[in-house]
Design a protein around this ligand. Structure first.
Ligand code: SF4
Length: 146
């Protein structure tokens, strides 16, 4: 019998739209490799206007994730964007009390009867095991070791 049926751990949090956009931009720039991409091409691919696109590029530049080089395209001065050679990985390890709420034990109806050696035992609990495995996988993936 699964002692914890009905308890669904909540894993992770949704990325903000900004983070998702940055990741998409990095993906596009990465695909271009050494050729790079004109910034207006990136804005177009992302559906951004030049103002939004410039802000995005500045954020990525500030984070050291991309580099840009002056270029001329159709007689107009612009920039070409490249992935930074040492692209910093965005690894977020947040330790917040809000995060502790994700731990399945916090919402488990058996928590008060759960102890090592008991019928409900954290050392053999499948829900806790699955949650820990998912967290471990997520951290390894974020560190590029998954
Ligand atoms: S370890 Fe105990 S409290 Fe945590 S989910 Fe399992 S049974 Fe519930």
């Amino acid at each position: 019998m699964d002692p914890l049926s009905g308890v669904e751990p909540q894993l992770g949090q949704r990325k903000s739209g900004l983070e998702a956009l940055e990741e998409k931009a990095l993906e596009i720039i990465r695909e271009r490799g050494d050729e790079g991409i004109y910034q207006h091409e990136l804005w177009k691919a992302l559906g951004l206007d030049s103002r939004e696109g410039s802000r995005l590029a500045l954020r990525l530049l500030k984070k050291g994730l991309i580099v840009r080089e002056p270029a001329v395209h159709n007689g107009r001065r612009t920039y070409k964007l490249f992935l930074a050679k040492q692209e910093k990985r965005q690894v977020k390890l947040e330790v917040r009390i809000g995060g502790a709420i994700e731990i399945p034990c916090f919402t488990c109806r058996h928590m008060e009867k759960c102890y090592v050696g008991g019928f409900f035992d954290p050392t053999t609990c499948p829900i806790l095991r699955r949650w820990l495995d998912a967290k471990t996988t997520a951290v390894k993936k974020a560190l590029g070791r998954g």
